[in-house]
Design a protein. Sequence first.
Length: 319
Amino acid sequence: MMDTSARLLNLLSLLQTPREWSGTELADRLEVTTRTIRRDIDRLRELGYPVEASMGAIGGYRLVAGRALPPLLLDDEEAVAIAVGLRAAAGSAVDGIEDASLRALTKLEQVLPSRLRHRVGALGSAVVTMTGGGPRVEPAVLTVIAGAISNHERVRFAYRASDGAESRRHVEPQRLVATGRRWYLVAWDLDRDDWRLFRVDRLVDPAATGGRASARELPATDAAAFVQDKLRRMYPSAPMVVDFDADAETVRTRLGASAPGDLAALSPGRTRWSAEADRLDWTAVRLLMLDLPFTVQSPPALVEQLRAFGERARQAVTE
């Protein structure tokens, strides 16, 4: 028979699964009596674990949310997943979360077994997180909105549009969507009677009103598709053709496997890239950063964008 400490840890591990356990089931799993299970449950409660008991023929025990956060038991894969997530959060676009993520990661790594510490360390040394320099979002704003979505509540907030115009909004929030550089709120605007997309970094003082949000069907397969479609309409795409003085494999490597469009070899050492350019300014920057000789065949607007960048660069270095 295992000692009391080991038995308590095993009992806690069972209770952390999302189900209700009867006293008989727990006693059978731990090879003790139901009386011992009741005493162990009392010990866990004294340690701060909120174990709830339901009465009746099908009653049992389950771990519920409490006022304080007690220690958690994690299996190997869960511990590695949390460590990786904390490393990524340390470079996220949520303002102020970096320090908290690093503190939590430090605490976790201190208690990781050596076999897991090696796995986490290998991932940490191999992976670099780029924040992209996007706008920062207050964690409190995300918390208020996420809570309202979960509770199906309406939300009021002040909003600053891209042109600087300010307005008050009353919405039924649907989903928060993170694109890597930015956070977006998909919501039904009650005053405009239509779906709207809001940049979360432009929200000010969001507050749940307590009013019930209606169940609505998005005009898209999901919230991510809705955001993608809205952004595409805000930044219309244009057919683009660019010729590189490099072989197709070199161009493919520089562009990356996820680059849109097609590559075609025009001749040895010359490759054509055909794709849809949605943001001409970003496309121009991307072409310059490839560090390959190229010629833009179309669209003319991309040529003008490159000329504008070139003129700014010339002015910046002119003495």
